[in-house]
Design a protein around this ligand. Sequence first.
Ligand code: IVH
Length: 667
Amino acid sequence: MSPEKQIAKLRDILQDHNYRYYVLDDPTISDGEYDSLLLELESLEKGNPSLVTSDSPTQRVGATPVPEFRTIKHRIPMLSLANAMNKEELVAFDERVQKGLDTDSVTYIAEPKLDGLGVELVYENGSFVYGATRGDGFTGEDITHNLKTIRAIPLALRTEDLSVPAILEIRGEVFIRKDDFKSLNQKQESDGKPAFANPRNAAAGSLRQLDPTLTAERPLSIYCYEAGMIDGQNFSDHASFLKAVKKWGLPVNPFIQTVIGSEGLTQYHQDLEEKRNNLPYEIDGTVFKVNNYDEREDLGTRSRSPRWAIAGKFKAQQATTVIHDIHVQVGRTGALTPVAKLDPVYVAGVTVTNATLHNQDEIDRKDIRIGDTVLIERAGDVIPKVVKVIIEKRPKGTNPFIIANQCPVCDHEAFRPEGEAILRCGNISCPRQIKGRIQHFASKLALDIDGLGEKIVDQLVEEGLIQSIDDLFTLKQKLLAKLDRLGEKSAENLVEAISNSKDTTFARFIYALGIRNVGEHIAKVLEKQYAGNLIEFQNTDAEELEDIDEIGPIVAETVIQFWSDDSNKKMVQNCLDYGVRLATVEVNENQPFAGQIFVFTGSLEKFTRKEAKDTLVNLGGKASSSVSKKTDFVIAGPGAGSKLKKAGELGVDVLTEEEFLDMVKNA
Ligand code: IVH
C-alpha cells in the first residue's frame, strides 16, 4: 500500500475509534492500543511530511504558543437563556410559547444544562477551522489552538452516514468530569500548584491558556447542543439537527429527550434534579427548547435570550454562617443596598463572605440582625442571599437592624421613591454617584478615556474640579498637573485623551450617559433605530420605544424618565457644545422596503420564516412577531389565527404568500 493510502486508512481507523469512544460510548480498543495506532500514523507522517494535513489526528497540539487571543465575531450571536426558577415558571413558559404560536401543544427538546463554558466550533467542508469562546455573546476569543487539543472534538467530520455542509457552526459546552476534576486537583497539589475551586473554573482556566501544551494536559470534555450558521444543508427541527451532529462524529449528551407540553417540562426537570448528584459531571439545571425551527423563528428572540428556550434552575445549594456586620453600599445610581458581612463559608464551589440583603423590607420580613446565624443560599452566578435566620442561635441583646435614612457617603438624607423598596441618596451631587457616573462615562465601552481611572476620578471630584460628566471637557492641563498623582506629562496625555474621546458614536455616547437599563447592546439598537439622531431620540415617547424590537416597557420608562429631567438634556447639550461629535450612521433610504414592518403568521408553504426575514432585511424591511398599529403588512398562510384577526381589527393590509413574493419580485 502506498504511504498515502496507509495514512488515509490509519486516519479513518483512528476517527472511527474516536467516534465509538466519544459519541457511541462503546469503545472497542484500549487507550494503549489507540495510542500505538496514533504513533504509527505519526511516524508515517514524519517520513512523508507533505502528506500532513491540519485535520490529521496527529495535529492536536500546536508547537508554538499563541502570542495573544484574537477576537472573533460570531456570525450569529450566542444568546443566553432566560431562567425559570420553579415549576410554575416552567408552566408559564409553556403558556407563553403556546400563545405565541397559537397552538395548544408544543414539542420541546429537553437537555441537561451543563456547568462549563459555552464555545463555538466552525467547520468548513468538514474540517475544523476555528473555534471561539462565547465572550459577550457577540464577540468571543479565538481559542482554536486549545480546542484542537480536546480529543472529543473531531478535527475532520465523519461523512460515512451523512454529507457535510460547506459551513457548519456548532455550539457546545466544554466541561470537566467530576472524577477528572479530582485527579486534576490531586496533580495540581503534588506539583505544588494551587487547587481549582470547581470544575467550571478549571475548564475556564484551561481554555484560556496561550500555550496549547498546557491545555492538552487538562481533561476537557464537550457536549454539543446548538447550531450556529449552517450553509449548505437545511434542518427543520432541533431533533434532526442533533441526530446529524452525532453522525458527523460530535458528542451529544445522552440525556437529551423529546418532551411535550408543560407536563413534559416539569417531569423531565424533576427527574433530572433527582439524578443530578449521580451524574459524572456537574449540571446546574435543565434547558428546554422548542423543537420546530419555524416555530422558533415565529417566537423570535429578546435582546439577550430567545423566546423559544428556557433554563430550568435547580434549587440552590445552602449553608449556615454568622453575620458579623451589615454595611450599606451606595451604587452609581444612588441606590443604598444593605450587605451582610459573613464569616467565610463554602457553598456550591465557592467561599462566600457577602450576601445581599436587598432592602429594608427584606430585612424586616426576615428579621435579620447583626450577630445572627443564618441559612444562606447560592444559585449559579447569582449573589448569595439569606434564606432565613436560625432564631434558636440568636445571641442575647441584639436589636432589629434599621438602615439609616442617610447616605453613608455624603450624609445627605435618603428617600424612598414611591412604589420602590429601595432607599436612594437624594443628593445628585453625592460624590459616590458623581464618581460612579464619571467612571462609567470614561470606561472602555463608553467614551474610552485612557488614563482616567478610578483614583484620578476620585481626586477630581474630591477637589471639586468636576461635578458632572460635561465638566470633564473643561479640564485644563495646568490644573491637572497640580494633582497628586499626575505629573506634567500625564496631565498632557489625559487632556489629549479627553479631547480624542469627543469623536465618538451615538451608541457609545448613549451608553456612556449611564441611563438605567440602557446597556451597550440596547445603545446599539437605539443607534440603529434613530440613525444616530440625538434630537429624535430625546423627543421619543414610550410607545415609539416599545415598538422597537428588543425594547420593553422597563427600558422605555427609564429612557423617558432620563429625558424628562432638564438637567440631563442640558448636560448632553453642553457635551455637544464642548465638541462631542457623533459619527454619522449610514441609512439607505432608497431600499424598497425601508422602515416597513412585516408580520408572518400561519404555516408558510412557499418559503421558511428565516428566508422571508433575510429577504426583508436585504430590502430594508423588518419582521416583527406581533401585530400593532405600526405593522405595515401581515403575510398570512393557512391556519393563521389571532394575529390575522388583530390585523383585521387594526385595518392592517393582509397579503397571501404569493402576493408577498410578487411584491419582492417587483421591489
Ligand atoms: S443553548 C440560545 N443548551 O448556558 C441557546 N446552552 O445561559 C443558548 N448551556 O451560554 C444556548 N447547557 O454555555 C444551551 N444544553 C444547553 C446548555 C447550554 C449549558 C450554557 C451555555 C449558554 C448558557 C446560557
